[in-house]
Design a binder for this molecule. Structure first.
Ligand code: HDE
Length: 705
């Protein structure tokens, strides 16, 4: 225990540090540790500051009070300038098979190799306390603690970006964040400044299609993809380089909410996404993603219609299929949010031998920004010493000192070359195993320019749009109308519609009509004439790739006194078979008395558990119960929202008074499943829920596939 001196250890729920002999101060008889100052002095009274006289002034001499307040005053660190709101978890990456022919990266050399990982998901625009359901890009940042150093794959849930050159990043971020004079709106792109900028930057059009699509309102982090965005390189042991694009694909499939639902979830549970990840991991339902690669050579890059260095472009999967190379599993929450999720420092320049950059100008700019921002945020170049950031492989360097160092050279030599014997002389470079940049040939005049090969801003935006199902297209149009309606300036609305005319006229017309523009503006002049006939890519649609499973989703069951106990048990069993969670919502959280006389506790009080928190709902009540529910606005909202959001609804005939009170008794459609008709009925209901939404309710002709 002696070598543990000063190291933090867990003691019950408290983090305490051990003393010289590994001991903690004990409170006599109780067994719990004594409270101490940061200097280790046992605190005798933590309730009262030191006073002169019973009603007199506080003494400056009170070192415990001053240390406590001083530390508290400094608890906050600057929030991230972007991606401030995030949520992280630990896990591992497992390699399916060696990728020796592609890369010498150590983590890809052995089948079944498990590499520890930490992932932080985030929104971009809002501050730390903003709502999870903002319409926004989601960050998908992965730190892989490989045996040959940390590799940070700092991606998003959207495979393209707003801008082509990092020098425009401060502009796009200033434009989307709160307007500087008034300090709002928070976590929203729906305001003049964003759309002013976006409509003046045609290169953002492809990204706009993605953020106006359902991709920007994911159901949870567990149901979204991740993308490295840029083209990277993989380099093998022979020095051969292959281009690569990285994708993370969720095992549970993709799922999003609808906008009206997002707005309501933001009020009902602003932590909806972090609670979802927390619950899933605590329950042992570990979310999983597969790492997929699109690999290609120079010849493909030359032949591809667009520049592979342009981060506003994708390579459609139909043109270059993905190869599944491993899986990422998140199986452990952090012990402390601040120490890990807040202090984790992702840097795009953290790569390992076998991985390398390309000249994507966004990536090149990011490689400066991330290191720089960590110094600002964490206050010292020694942020690499923090446990969440420290590599799990050996580290040996001559870097020393600075604020808050915990690791310094311990021998006499702190420079290199030196002529001291190895124990004193310290580490040396290793030309054999060390990192060498891929020796790409570079030449050309030094100029500020945008390459001609980046000039097509609309073709892939159109391709994305035409690849969507009709429901998804409608959502995109609705999102544009919503967002642009929040712009005060009509010329900004109109300029954006002019840009959309280069994407698709059906969309431009729908948005113009939704905004009530007096006339359809002429298309914006395009730097290059858009290609109108790029083939649709089915992989770009969420609904065309429905997961056909209800696993990992949540059923909300509204219950009242007298609810059919056997039916509830049947629903629970069916849900367990389907790997679905059930949450019970009742008029009071204390619960109800079921039909068999048993008492059943609820998880949520009715107005704390609106149906927007669930993927499907069921109503188990009696005629009297339904009449009581019908009198409560929260119960009426529960069912009308479920209906409006195209959810499947399980019900018994006794629920009719509630339906009647909402005017819905004539609207019962195939998305409503009558429960209790036979023994397997609950199973049938859950099986229907695998479609996730009954879109035919809103779009009678809907067919996903
Ligand atoms: Fe970032 N970005 N970014 N970004 N980014 C940051 O670094 C930046 C970009 C992404 O969970 C910052 O540590 C520039 C693309 C994620 O901690 C900062 C440019 C993609 C996260 C920064 C981009 C991302 C960040 C702020 C344009 C997807 C959160 C705090 C050249 C591939 C990481 C921080 C976490 C965070 C700069 C564009 C993803 C300021 C200059 C493209 C997931 O350094």
């Amino acid at each position: 225990m002696g070598d543990e001196i000063g190291r933090p250890v867990r003691y019950g729920d408290q983090a305490v540090r051990q003393g010289h002999g590994g001991e903690t101060h004990q409170v006599a008889g109780d067994g719990r540790p004594s409270l101490t100052t940061q200097q280790g002095t046992i605190v005798g009274d933590d309730q009262n500051s030191l006073r002169i006289g019973e009603r007199g002034p506080t003494a400056l001499e009170d070192f415990h009070f001053r240390e406590k307040i001083f530390h508290f005053d400094h608890e906050r660190i600057p929030e991230r300038v972007v991606h401030a709101r995030g949520y992280g978890a630990h896990g591992f990456f497992e390699t399916y098979a060696p990728l020796t022919e592609l890369t010498k990266a150590d983590l890809f050399q052995r089948e079944g190799e498990r590499t520890p990982a930490f992932v932080r998901f985030s929104t971009v625009a809002g501050s730390k306390g903003s709502t999870d359901l903002a319409r926004d890009v989601r960050g998908f940042a992965v730190k892989l603690y490989t045996r040959e150093g940390n590799w940070d794959l700092v991606g998003n849930n959207i495979p393209v970006f707003f801008i082509q050159d990092a020098i425009k990043f401060p502009d796009v971020i200033h434009a989307v964040k709160e307007e500087p004079d008034r300090g709002f709106p928070q976590a929203q792109s729906a305001h003049d400044n964003f759309w002013d900028f976006a409509s003046l930057m045609p290169e953002s059009t492809h990204m706009l299609m993605w953020i106006m699509s359902d991709r920007a309102i994911p159901r949870s982090f567990r149901f979204m993809e991740g993308f490295g965005v840029h083209t990277f390189r993989m380099v093998n042991a022979q020095g051969r380089s292959t281009f690569v694009k990285f994708h993370w694909k969720p095992k549970l499939g993709l799922q999003s909410v609808v906008w009206n639902e997002a707005v309501k979830i933001s009020g009902a549970d602003p932590d909806f996404h972090r609670r979802d990840l927390w619950d899933a991991i605590q329950q042992g339902n570990y979310p999983e993603w597969e790492l997929c690669l699109q690999v290609f050579d120079d010849e493909f890059a030359d032949r591809f219609r667009f520049d592979v260095l342009d981060p506003t472009k994708i390579i459609p999967e139909e043109e270059l299929p993905v190869r599944r190379v491993g899986r990422l599993v998140l199986d452990r929450m952090v012990d402390n949010f601040f120490a890990e999720t807040e202090q984790v420092a992702f840097c795009t320049q953290n790569i390992v031998p076998g991985i390398d950059f390309t000249n994507d100008p966004l990536l090149q700019g990011r490689n400066f920004s991330y290191l720089d921002t960590q110094l600002k945020r964490l206050g010292s170049p020694n942020f690499t010493h923090l446990p969440i950031n420290a590599p799990k492989c050996p580290v040996a360097s001559f870097q020393q000192d600075a604020h808050m160092t915990t690791v310094n050279p311990t021998t006499r030599a702190n420079y290199e070359p030196n002529s001291w014997e190895p124990e004193i002389g310290g580490p040396r470079e290793d030309p054999e195993r060390g990192f060498h940049s891929y020796p790409a040939e570079e030449a050309g005049a030094k100029r500020r320019l945008r390459p001609e090969s980046f000039a097509d801003h609309y073709s892939q935006a159109r391709q994305f749009y035409v690849s969507q199902t009709p429901v998804e297209r409608q959502h995109i149009a609705d999102a544009f109308v919503f967002e642009l309606s929040k712009c005060d300036r009509v010329d900004i609305r109109s300029r954006m519609v002019a840009g959309l005319r280069n994407v698709d006229d059906e969309l431009a017309v729908a948005v113009a009509a939704g905004l009530g523009l007096p006339e359809l503006p002429d298309p914006l002049p395009a730097a290059r004439e858009p290609i109108r006939d790029l083939p649709p890519s089915r992989a770009l649609s969420i609904l065309a790739n429905g997961p056909d499973t209800f696993a990992g989703r949540k059923l909300g069951v509204l219950i009242t006194d007298g609810a059919d106990a056997a039916l509830l048990a049947g629903l629970r069993e069916a849900a367990t078979r389907e790997k679905t969670n059930v949450e019970l919502v009742a008029p009071i959280v204390g619960g109800i008395q079921a039909s068999d006389g048993t008492h059943i506790a609820a998880d949520q009080k009715l107005d704390g558990g609106p149906s927007v928190l669930y993927d499907a709902v069921a109503i188990l009540t009696t005629k009297d119960g339904a009449a009581e529910l019908a009198a409560q606005p929260a119960a009426r909202d529960f069912i009308t929202d479920a209906y409006a959001h195209a959810k499947f609804v399980g019900y018994t005939d006794d629920a009719t008074p509630l339906f009647a009170a909402t005017g819905m008794h004539n609207m019962i459609d195939d998305g409503f499943v009558r429960l209790g008709a036979n023994a397997d009925n609950a199973g049938d209901f859950l099986a229907r829920c695998r479609q996730l939404r009954f879109w035919q309710r809103q779009y009678p002709a809907f067919a996903a596939r």
